[in-house]
Ligand binder design. Structure first.
Ligand code: FES
Ligand SMILES: [Fe+2]
Length: 353
């Protein structure tokens, strides 16, 4: 019996699908980059991350070219990093600039990864350097700061493959169950069909409804739509292997105004095949000065996220440990997640086959 059949599917990415490199991933929060070095493993590669004295973020291979000593355990100064083992020194480009006891430096560099700071995040390009283009960094709501207020998560660690996290985020059907106590979505929410659109390598999905009771947990208490007809759309957008954007939009029917809107953007960065780094970012375009509400809303999102984190770990453990010869079945509401898994499988085939 072939136990690997339990999670292998020829058309769908799963926890064993090799990780994708030619994408921008969030390397860390802007606040995590300081003049102190920090180690983070991204796509199974150990990185050392820091800021130069002028504030520029730097991400280098964390492994000394000489005997693999970790550079984050070494000494950083204005010129670069001196390895603590035998004292070889690297500049901020990763080039060797000093070797104790010899006058000539070998023409050897450690790898430097393109890094770019936008709003609350520092992004890293993990693929072929000539393909790195900052125009490919997925859009954040923060680009339009005037119109939005926001809350950014702390760093979160996820003990599960990033595809399990994406599938969770593409899955509107789990909200009334896994998050029953946190989001308190009413039965009308789960009864509304999910619409989906695949657009190239992206997937958009949503539920559209007119039930006021579905809104309570998601919108500011000052909003009163009583007596009005309105449309409430709860949806998401799988944008890239690094990004999945959720939203809740409320529009009064017949009014020619921008919708009242919450975005919950999610950023997953694979650490290993079985774990990932995770950050979220909440933004809304109304009641901009109610900071207490912002904090309360951020807390609710984090509580929901913690519920997802536990579920993802349960599933990762089951997929890794249970040897039952088994194939998962899918239902209608899984369509966005399945579309995302097809896309990632196709991208992995393109990169590896
Ligand atoms: S291991 Fe870094 S200098 Fe030898
Ligand atoms: Fe969730």
């Amino acid at each position: 019996m072939n136990n690997s059949r339990s999670y292998c599917n020829k058309n769908l990415a799963d926890i064993h699908t090799p990780l994708l490199h030619n994408y921008w991933y969030v390397a860390g929060l802007s606040t995590e980059f300081t003049v102190e070095m920090r180690e983070r493993t991204i796509l199974e590669k150990s990185m050392v991350m820091y800021r130069k004295a002028d504030g520029t973020p730097v991400i280098l291979q964390n492994r000394c070219a000489h005997r693999s000593f970790p550079l984050d355990k070494s000494i950083l100064d204005d010129e670069g990093i001196r390895c603590r083992y035998h004292g070889i020194k690297y500049n901020h480009e990763g080039e060797i600039i000093d070797v104790p006891c010899q006058t000539k430096c070998p023409k050897v560099s450690i790898k430097k990864y393109p890094a770019h700071e936008i709003g609350p995040f520092i992004w890293v390009w993990m693929g072929d350097k000539d393909k790195a283009d900052i125009k490919d960094i997925p859009e954040l709501p923060i680009y339009d700061m005037e119109k939005w207020t926001h809350v950014v998560s702390e760093y979160n660690h996820m003990e599960g493959n990033y595809i399990l996290v994406h599938e969770n985020l593409c899955d509107l059907s789990h909200l009334p169950f896994l998050h029953a106590e946190t989001f308190k979505t009413p039965p009308a929410y789960s009864d509304t069909p999910i619409e989906m659109e695949v657009d190239g390598d992206e997937v958009k999905f949503y539920r559209s409804m007119h039930d006021w009771s579905a809104l309570s947990a998601f919108f500011h208490p000052a909003i009163d739509f009583s007596g009005k007809e309105f449309t409430y759309i709860s949806g998401g957008h799988y944008m890239s292997p690094a990004t999945n954007k959720g939203y809740a939009k409320l529009t009064a029917d017949g009014e020619n105004k921008d919708p009242i809107c919450h975005y919950v953007s999610h950023y997953m960065t694979p650490e290993t095949q079985g774990s990932c780094h995770y950050y979220w970012f909440v933004a809304r375009n109304y009641e901009l000065d109610d900071h207490e509400y912002s904090q309360k809303f951020g807390k609710m999102v984090q509580t929901g996220f913690d519920e997802d984190r536990v579920a993802v770990k349960y599933m990762q453990d089951m997929l890794e440990q249970d040897k039952l010869d088994f194939k998962e079945m899918s239902v209608k509401a899984d369509a966005p997640g399945l579309a995302m898994r097809k896309i990632i499988k196709r991208l992995a085939d393109k990169e590896y086959c």
